[in-house]
Design a protein around this ligand. Structure first.
Ligand code: DOR
Ligand code: ZN
Length: 405
């Protein structure tokens, strides 16, 4: 049995919490706040085929160090998760890596939509958390760039009661814009090429498809005020539309290219301070439902390449909660917002079976992000050196206790 004495709960009361466990520990939790084990609905843990960037041994440790006990992994691996057989192969690899790490992380997998494999979707319908649709190209080669295929996916998903999660950037417009921007490209060009219009066009299309088919729609990494207006209207109209944002779209913007270079390159790209303000407001207003870390590690060598060769994505699962807790101190969010975004809403939207996992945070500890302390295999962070107030100290995952100092 694990006993946490006198822990503070988010509602301001104090309780002694007990969790069934093979281990026996009595912990003084007087200085700690108890939160439910967090759910990250959007990670790229890179197995199979990209394990030089990350694997489930390093990533699972990164997850629990970040306060997360459940993750949903994306299908843009090598090979992509686009058949029932590849899904089963991926699960086997993940289970063996988690066993090796001795971390029984809860996970779910997204299935990758691919034009040539629509017939696989019904085979996996009970084994996946949803279908991931890349409406625009990103890391890997999964992309659905024609309307006919999009209609087919939304129709199939609705008939199987599966959620569709979209990477909402319009491939046609993106291609056209890439041709316009050829000279003197810098990392900052990324935000001009993949501009707001690229995202807006895809979000409009996805919402229109949901209006036709009734498909449950989850819009990944919402990054602009313009998308938020569309999502708000769709919700008002009663459509089953849910929206995620990321820590990098909340806590970084186009001004960060100067210091971060290729590390700041992500899809969708970093936006403006105005967009960031709109994202925070949308969290408070309930237009944003969840935060996904979009933990997408690449090696530092890969990220040091010139624009055009530098891959998009950054790690995030270890720093998301400290960033959010720091935003609470700044008055931008409340602890209730954080729990709603990182636990309650993902639990509801994805119909997850509840569990007893807990994370105990010291909301007062001030510490700067130290790349040497990170568990992610890529060992860098866009937030390196940032002083954050509020860090996980204990995690209880499936009755196992993890302690971080
Ligand atoms: O920045 C990104 N990185 N965006 C994506 O859509 C994919 C991700 C990755 O897998 O690297
Ligand atoms: Zn992603």
């Amino acid at each position: 049995m694990l006993t946490f004495k006198n822990a503070l709960l988010p509602n301001g009361t104090r309780h002694t919490l007990t969790v069934a466990s093979a281990e026996d520990h009595i912990i003084d939790a007087n200085a700690l706040t108890a939160l439910p084990g967090l759910i990250d609905p959007h990670v790229h843990f890179r197995t199979p085929g990209l394990e030089h960037k990350e694997n489930w041994c390093s990533a699972a440790l990164a997850a629990i160090r970040g306060g997360y006990t459940t993750v949903f992994d994306m299908p843009n691996t090598i090979p992509p998760t686009m058949t029932a057989e590849l899904l089963a192969d991926k699960k086997r690899l993940i289970d063996s890596q988690l066993q090796q790490a001795d971390i029984p992380l809860h996970y779910q997998l997204f299935f990758g939509a691919d034009k040539n494999h629509f017939s696989e979707i019904h085979k996996v319908k009970d084994q996946v958390i949803g279908i991931k649709v890349f409406m625009g190209c990103s890391t890997g080669n999964l992309v659905i760039d024609d309307d006919e295929s999009l209609h087919a996916i939304f129709a199939i998903a609705a008939s199987l009661d599966l959620l569709v999660a979209v990477h909402a950037e319009d491939e046609q417009l993106l291609k056209a814009r890439k041709q316009q921007f050829t000279a003197n490209l810098t990392y900052a060009s990324h935000s001009h090429i993949r501009n707001t219009e690229v995202a807006v066009r895809a979000v409009e299309k996805a919402i229109a498809l949901t209006r036709i088919y009734g498909t449950k729609l989850y819009i990944l990494h919402t990054s602009t005020a313009a998308e938020l207006a569309l999502i708000h209207a769709a919700k008002q109209a009663g459509l089953p539309v849910f929206a995620e944002t990321t820590p990098h779209h909340l806590f970084l913007d186009t001004d960060n290219y100067a210091a971060l270079g290729g590390k700041a390159v992500v899809n969708p790209p970093l936006r403006t301070q105005t967009d960031r303000d709109a994202l925070f407001a949308a969290i408070r207003d309930g237009v944003i439902d969840t935060i996904g870390s979009d933990h997408a590690p690449h090696t530092i060598d890969e990220k040091s390449q010139a624009y055009g060769s530098c891959p998009s994505g950054m790690p995030g699962i270890e720093t998301t909660l400290p960033l959010l807790l720091t935003a609470c101190h700044a008055g931008l969010l409340t602890l209730t917002d954080v729990i709603r975004l990182t636990h309650d809403n993902p639990q509801k939207i994805f119909n997850l079976t509840p569990h007893e996992d807990l994370v105990f945070v010291d909301t007062h500890t001030l510490r700067s992000v130290d790349e040497l302390q990170l568990a992610t295999k890529c060992r860098w962070s866009a937030f390196a050196g940032r002083e954050l107030r509020g860090w996980p100290v204990y995690v209880v995952l499936a009755g196992k206790l993890y302690h971080f100092s």
